[in-house]
Structure formats: structure tokens, C-alpha cells
Design a protein around this ligand. Sequence first.
Ligand SMILES: Cc1cc2nc3c(=O)[nH]c(=O)nc-3n(C[C@H](O)[C@H](O)[C@H](O)COP(=O)(O)O)c2cc1C
Length: 161
Amino acid sequence: MKLTVLYHSETGNTEDVAGIIAEGANEVDNIEARTMGIEDIDDEFIEESKAVIFGTPTYLANFSWQTKKWFDTEMNYDLSGKLGAVFATENYLGGGADMALLTMIGHMLVKGMVIYSGGASDGKPYTHYGAVCIKDGNEEQQERAEIFGKRIANKAVELFV
Ligand SMILES: Cc1cc2nc3c(=O)[nH]c(=O)nc-3n(C[C@H](O)[C@H](O)[C@H](O)COP(=O)(O)O)c2cc1C
């Protein structure tokens, strides 16, 4: 089953975290996870994906304007019924990543996605809205990102296989 980790990244942090999340997802049987930047999308792969994880840098305590522009002008894929999840990077704790995640989730709901947080109910590490890393994350944050990818992939398998 295909799973896309789609991100915007200017200076590489969000791209790095996308790679870690995809690694976690690829640990799950039956999952083929791939990362792609919003400027370089494999149309066929995203259309065939049962799950799409979106990642953004935090800009002024929200998601990046490039991500917003992409949703408004280029998001021509049918995402309805696909599993959706989110992650963000920020420069400092309390930098607004939660709002970036919630705004992205709002857009994904509009597109008909089935949203999954990675789950506080799955125990530690708790994930409330999605994965967050300070820049590209310290060791603990990167481990959480990997577990997050694995959980989203497991949920996709549970729902769609
Ligand atoms: C225009 C702009 C606004 C930013 N605003 C915030 C912010 O509000 N809070 C924060 O923690 N980091 C902020 N940052 C830092 C980025 O979110 C952070 O460096 C991020 O990891 C960059 O991701 P990238 O390397 O994938 O581009 C901002 C960066 C830019 C360029």
C-alpha cells in the first residue's frame, strides 16, 4: 500500500523530518512510503496512496504560505477517503506548530480526508495533533517522528487492507 509524506521545506528541516517519518512508515509490512516536496510531486503515487502525511515549517505560528498556496492553487488530487496526518517543524518550543497542524487539518477535512493524530490513546509517546520537531529534531523528537510514521502506516493497513 502506498503512503505519501508530502512536505514544504525551504531550509531542509521539514524535509529531514519527512524522511524520518517515511522510514518509520516503511517499517510496517505492506507499506511503501515515499517523501515528496510540494514542488516535485509524483502525481500517480499520491493518487494511488491510501494515506498522505502533510508536513510544514511553522511560519508566524501557522503553516507556511507556500503550503497554503499549494492547497489553494495546486491541490487537484482527490484526497477524499484517504487517511491524513500532519507534522510540523518550528524553531522553538511554543513557536506555534500546534496552530500550523490544526490549520492544515482543517484544509484536509475540507478535502474529505480521514484524519488521524497518531494517537494519545496509543500511549507514549503521546501525539495530540501530529508530530512536531524543533528544527530537524533532537534524538528524542526524531524517535517520536519515526514512531509517528509507523503508527500512521499501521492505521492505514488496519483501515485499508
Ligand atoms: C517566515 C518565517 C516565519 C517563521 N515563524 C516561526 C514561528 O512563528 N515559530 C517558530 O518556532 N519558528 C518559525 N520559523 C522557523 C521555521 O519554522 C523553522 O526553522 C523550520 O524548521 C523551517 O523549516 P524548513 O527548514 O523545512 O524550511 C519561521 C521561519 C520563517 C522563514
